[in-house]
Design a protein around this ligand. Structure first.
Ligand code: SF4
Length: 359
């Protein structure tokens, strides 16, 4: 029950920090990037940045699934609801700004929008009200995509369709490496996504990009140790793929989960909020499941949405180019109570984490 506490041991943390200081360069700046809202929460909540040498920076990439969902897809969900479809979605997507109105605004105007905790809740609702049309707004990375895929393959009730908005993590990591002035020196890869896609999914980073890459768990010692592992590789002049999270992640990942995703979805180019269209970064229902595609079923198609409100710097926060505190709206016009950007809405959004957790 208290198993996780050993990964929060302050004595061990002190020893890892000493090791970090031994291998860190004396003055050259090192930039380590993670791509996970939970990693950002751990780093900020436990004040891990303050333990690192001043020249070792940990930046946050696009690791919040709600934040990266483009306005165009939220517009589609709103339009579905306005057509009388009961839209089911996770709670933290409700307040995400969109081109005209959020799902919460649409709900306040009378649209039938219901919060669910999983896709199976949506299935149960559709079964209970067979005369009503339902759509499940399927958001998330490779961690949540298998549960959507399973329900599609199980042949859901005829009155349930899907707005598939799943995104894939490795293409987002590749995007970051293409941003010339970001200068990333190593990646901390997300533990939960990696339980599904396995270590093998990151092989490209050390091989093609010579980028030290370490899959890490979510406790403070996991993250500190991952930082140490990356710094050690840099000191040795090597680029390897390493696994800090051996208690949950293996090379192959969850084969069954990968199979159901392959059966239900095809990989397509996907729009990421404020970041544009990334090649092979999204899932779409396969042709044989097009009957379950909510946008096809109800003739809803939004090509372009307004991802950023005036002044919002979410696109720069999401790639780690600026810190939340560098956005002029941070904790002024944009607060957790009145968010102006997606990064301030979700519990996995970097701005919200900094607003709530920074000491
Ligand atoms: S403070 Fe608000 S507007 Fe600025 S980047 Fe963060 S979420 Fe976007």
């Amino acid at each position: 029950m208290f198993e996780h506490l050993k990964f929060r041991d302050p004595v061990l943390a002190k020893r890892i920090v000493e090791k970090i200081r031994e291998v860190a360069p004396k003055s050259d700046v090192v930039k380590i990037c993670h791509v996970c809202g939970t990693h950002e929460w751990t780093i900020t909540h436990f004040g891990l940045r303050s333990l690192l040498p001043s020249n070792v920076e940990v930046i946050a990439g696009p690791g919040c699934p709600v934040c990266v969902t483009p306005a165009s897809e939220i517009d589609e969900a709103v339009q579905l609801a306005q057509k009388g479809v009961a839209v089911t979605c996770f709670g933290d997507v409700l307040r995400v700004p969109s081109s005209e109105k959020s799902l919460l605004d649409a709900k306040a105007e009378g649209a039938d929008i219901r919060v669910v905790y999983s896709v199976s809740d949506a299935v149960k609702m559709a079964e209970k009200e067979p005369a009503k049309e339902f759509a499940f707004f399927a958001i998330g990375f490779e961690t949540t995509a298998p549960s959507t895929a399973i329900e599609v393959l199980k042949k859901p009730p005829k009155n349930l369709s899907f707005l598939v908005s799943h995104r894939l993590i490795p293409p987002a990591m590749e995007l970051l490496l293409g941003i010339g002035d970001l200068h990333i020196d190593g990646f901390i890869a997300p533990g939960h996504v990696s339980t599904v896609i396995g270590l093998k999914a990151y092989e490209i980073f050390p091989k093609a990009y010579r980028m030290p890459t370490v899959v890490a768990g979510f406790e403070p010692l996991d993250v500190l140790f991952a930082v140490y592992m990356i710094l050690k590789q840099l000191k040795e002049g090597v680029a390897r793929l390493e696994n800090e999270y051996v208690r949950a992640v293996n090379w192959e990942g969850n084969i069954k989960a990968q199979e159901v995703m392959q059966q239900a979805f095809e990989v397509v180019d996907g729009e990421w909020r404020g970041l544009g269209r990334l090649p092979s970064s999204a899932f779409k229902l396969k042709t044989q499941y097009v009957n379950f595609d909510a946008c096809e079923k109800f003739g809803v198609h939004v090509k372009h949405g307004r991802d950023l409100l005036p002044g919002c710097q979410c696109h720069l926060v999401m790639i780690g180019k600026i810190k939340p505190t560098e956005c002029p709206l941070f904790m002024k016009a944009c607060t957790p109570q009145k968010p102006k950007g997606a990064c301030m809405v979700s519990i996995e959004g970097t701005c919200r984490i900094w607003a709530k957790e920074a000491k």
